[in-house]
Design a binder for this molecule. Structure first.
Ligand SMILES: *[C@@H]1O[C@H](CO)[C@@H](O)[C@H](O)[C@H]1NC(C)=O
Ligand SMILES: *[C@@H]1O[C@H](CO)[C@@H](O)[C@H](O)[C@H]1NC(C)=O
Ligand SMILES: *[C@@H]1O[C@H](CO)[C@@H](O)[C@H](O)[C@H]1NC(C)=O
Length: 353
């Protein structure tokens, strides 16, 4: 009985302790780990906020999906920022679980938005695939006719409401301190989820003889997460700086308004917001979540941020030469084999000093 799936390996990224439990107790089925050990597992995950721990204990199956969702967000973040000085390391790994992030930068804004969206996306997918016990497809509109377009709701509509709700319950539960950063993080979490909701798709199928579309059924589906990544990257470029506003008698900030505005203009629901200007990410600095760019690969000829000039912040770069070898000029010989030459070329890669 062995089901130590890749999902557990993934989970162990977040919870090294779980991996220990799983590897030390020879072979364990996931279901039995969940059944036996919700308490043990949830108590061992470091850095969970109290409400997250409670949710973990009542829904251990969902914790795995949440872990996958956070990873989905982080992977996308790393993809979107692969050519940037900040490449989603350091901040990326600490959003949903683990230590609090004491950074209010634009990059933190992006990270929060994409992980909250990732969790909603994953949970919704898991609902559609029947992987979570308490949700399934969204049947609410099933059978209803769309009056204008003349098609019928049918098939498995993605239960985005459930996914979003779950992301709110789990991801937002991390924000326990009543400070400006909490307002910032909650706003960005919400923006990520809103953008996901706005990009839901309609898929349809025609019924009728030989493809004639006498009746048509449609259902909603999730967008590819890559699409969300691109939209959020754009939002990141247009992110707005905000300031907290203290309500008169309370000691804590009660809402955020645009820094560069007169009056108290608020950001829109889908704006990414930040409190502090970003560092340049040239040097390592754990306080700002910068890993620096020493050792990063750069492109000798690119004028963009992946170019050695910008990437290395003027420190210069090292050149590494190597010889690439591959099979080439392959010809079919009668009969029957393929004969190839070996080709080689000298190649170079560049890394920042
Ligand atoms: C649902 O479960 C199947 C089988 O265990 C797995 O392959 C799939 O990745 C799961 N999907 C999600 C979204 O977790
Ligand atoms: C990001 O940069 C750091 C250091 O500059 C490097 O160690 C890490 O591998 C990079 N991560 C990715 C995903 O490229
Ligand atoms: C380096 O940048 C140039 C110009 O942007 C591009 O044409 C080339 O493909 C890049 N090389 C690599 C290895 O990415």
């Amino acid at each position: 009985m062995l089901i130590v799936s890749s999902r557990i390996a993934l989970l162990s990224v977040y919870y090294p302790q779980i991996f220990l439990i799983l590897t030390s107790g020879s072979y364990l089925a996931l279901s039995s780990v969940v059944a036996l050990g919700a308490n043990i597992i949830c108590n061992k995950i470091p850095g969970l906020a109290p409400r997250q721990r409670t949710l973990c204990q009542s829904r251990p199956d969902a914790i795995i999906v949440i872990g996958e969702g956070a990873q989905l967000g982080i992977n996308e973040c790393q993809y979107q920022f692969r050519y940037g000085r900040w490449n989603c390391s350091a901040l990326g790994e600490r959003t949903v679980f683990g230590q609090e992030l004491r950074v209010g930068s634009r990059e933190a804004a992006f990270t929060y938005a994409i992980t909250a969206a990732g969790v909603a996306h994953s949970v919704t997918t898991a609902c559609s695939q029947g992987n979570l016990s308490q949700c399934g497809c969204d049947w609410e509109k099933q059978g209803y006719q769309d009056q204008e377009e003349g098609w019928k709701w049918g098939g498995c509509s993605a239960n985005i409401k459930y996914g979003v709700e779950f992301s709110i319950r789990f991801v937002d539960a991390r924000e326990i301190k009543k400070n400006a950063r909490r307002l910032m993080n909650l706003h960005n979490n919400e923006a990520g989820r809103k953008i996901l909701e706005q990009h839901m798709k309609l898929e349809c199928k025609c019924h009728g003889v030989s493809g004639s579309c006498t009746t048509k059924t449609c259902w909603t589906t999730l967008p590819k997460f890559r699409e969300i990544g691109y939209v959020l990257k754009e939002r990141y470029g247009e992110a707005v700086q905000v300031e907290p506003v203290q309500a008169s008698r309370l000691r804590q900030p009660s809402f955020l308004h645009l820094k560069e505005s007169r009056g108290y203009q608020k950001p829109t629901d889908t704006d990414l917001v930040y409190l502090e200007r970003s560092p340049n990410y040239c040097e390592e600095d754990t306080a700002t979540g910068s890993t620096g760019t020493r050792g990063r690969l750069c492109n000798h000829t690119s004028p963009h941020t992946d170019g050695c000039n910008l990437m290395c912040c003027g420190r210069g770069h090292n050149t590494h030469q190597y010889t690439r070898v591959w099979q080439c000029n392959c010809k079919f010989q009668w009969c029957c084999f393929v004969k190839c030459n070996m080709c080689s070329a000298r190649s170079e890669v560049f890394t920042c000093k």
